[in-house]
Design a protein around this ligand. Structure first.
Ligand SMILES: Cc1ncc(COP(=O)(O)O)c(C=O)c1O
Length: 392
């Protein structure tokens, strides 16, 4: 049977990501890869996770193995409502839905808001998984460039003044993936005001704010909102991406709509995971683990920055992220990082090309959380050689 002729309009547009194909090449054991975006396995607090799983299975197994409510485990929602209140947004459990990762959150948001040919405003560069989710619902993406302190809000305002209103503005506000850039507090206030003034909601995706290296992260845009911001948070970067537990926080009427949208997606998120995460948080292990991860990633970021100073030629620029997992490199305009990729693989080092994130042809993303300290130094040295060979 020719199945293709039965595809929906949406499915016809779905393509295997070229980037994932490129990343497959980086998985050979002798290649040092700055390409992935994985947490370091050393960040997993296995002893305490086991303690929490054992507790749930010994005392609550019959509930943990049962279906749960679509909005999520009530105790975890209570915990997260308190957490979001601490972050500056007065919340109760009605403001929280648990999702299977923030990626599901992005899919549900798209399902609820996007019609074919709607416009979504994103940063440039932006998170690939976000762009894919919006495109899967046939949105048109309009990208507004990032500056050192976040999205260029003058350009955004120009866009918002035009006649065809976008459906929403998508912002990865803190230690952004892919650039590592953090939106300043002034811009957070201003974008929240602009969203109200021009009547366009903001989707704030904030998976990295817990990973602040020196000071505390700025307050979320959500903290400046008045019913106009929806916030996505996740346990993927601070606990485990494999357990797939994340949350969306925002006005209760939108949460209710998302709950209905989620019912037809998966009925409920993994109940055992949610109960285990709740135990982990309640016992104070989450906050302790966050401290440990911050130190580890700060060290790795410092090692990478130092190696770049030493091995990258003049004319190359990079961001100095204050948190998160990534930094962003800009080469001279005449160097195309996609073409350079084969040289890099030959030299046994890998990165992700910036165009994957709607960034410039001469840009790339480097991940510093996953490789070992030694691999970071050696990999940057190899990458430095590759870049030098392309310099005029
Ligand atoms: C900006 C951003 N949003 C969402 C996600 C998805 O995270 P999760 O594991 O919670 O689905 C990621 C993961 O890399 C991300 O970088």
């Amino acid at each position: 049977m020719n199945w293709e002729k039965f595809y929906s309009e949406r499915a016809k547009g779905l393509r295997a990501s070229e980037i994932r194909e490129l990343l497959k090449m980086t998985q050979k054991p002798d290649i040092i890869s700055f390409g992935g975006g994985l947490p370091n396995p050393e960040s997993y607090d296995i002893k305490h996770v086991r303690e929490c799983i054992d507790y749930v299975m010994e005392t609550k197994a019959k509930k943990a193995l049962q279906y749960g409510t679509t909005e999520g485990y009530s105790r975890l929602r209570e915990f997260l409502a308190e957490y979001m209140t601490e972050k500056g947004y007065d919340s109760s459990p009605e403001n929280i839905i648990i999702t299977a990762g923030s990626q599901q959150g992005l899919d549900l948001v798209s399902k609820v808001f996007i019609d074919k040919d709607d416009t979504v405003i994103t940063e440039s560069p932006s998170y690939l998984g976000g762009l894919s989710a919006f495109r899967a619902y046939l949105a048109r993406i309009e990208a507004v460039p990032l500056q050192d302190d976040g999205m260029d809000l003058d350009l955004l305002e120009e866009r918002l003044r035009s006649e065809k209103k976008p459906k929403f503005i998508y912002v990865v506000s803190t230690y952004q993936n892919p650039s590592g850039i953090c939106m300043s507090s002034e811009k957070r206030k201003r974008i929240a005001e602009m969203s109200l003034e021009y009547d366009v909601p903001i989707i704030e995706d904030n998976p990295y704010s817990e990973l602040a290296f020196s000071s505390e992260p700025p307050e979320p845009i959500l903290a400046h909102s008045d019913g106009n911001v929806l916030y996505l948070g996740t346990f993927s970067k601070t606990f485990s991406p494999g357990i797939r537990v994340a949350w969306i926080c925002g006005p209760s009427e939108i949460i209710k709509k998302l709950v209905i949208a989620k019912q037809s997606t998966d009925l409920c998120s993994n109940v055992l995971s949610q109960r285990m995460v709740y135990e982990y948080c309640k016992r104070g292990y989450w906050k302790e683990n966050i401290k440990k991860i911050r130190e580890m990633y700060r060290r790795k970021r410092d090692i990478m920055l130092k190696a770049m100073e030493e091995y990258f030629p003049e004319g190359v620029k990079w961001t100095r992220p204050e948190g998160g997992l990534f930094l962003w490199v800009t080469l001279p305009e005449y160097i195309d990082t996609r073409e350079m990729f084969k040289d890099a693989i030959k030299n046994k080092v890998a990165y992700v090309v910036g165009t994957a994130f709607a960034g410039g042809k001469n840009t790339m993303r480097l991940n510093f959380s996953y490789p070992s300290d030694e691999e970071i130094v050696e990999g940057i040295k190899r990458l430095g050689e590759v870049i030098k060979s392309r310099m005029k």
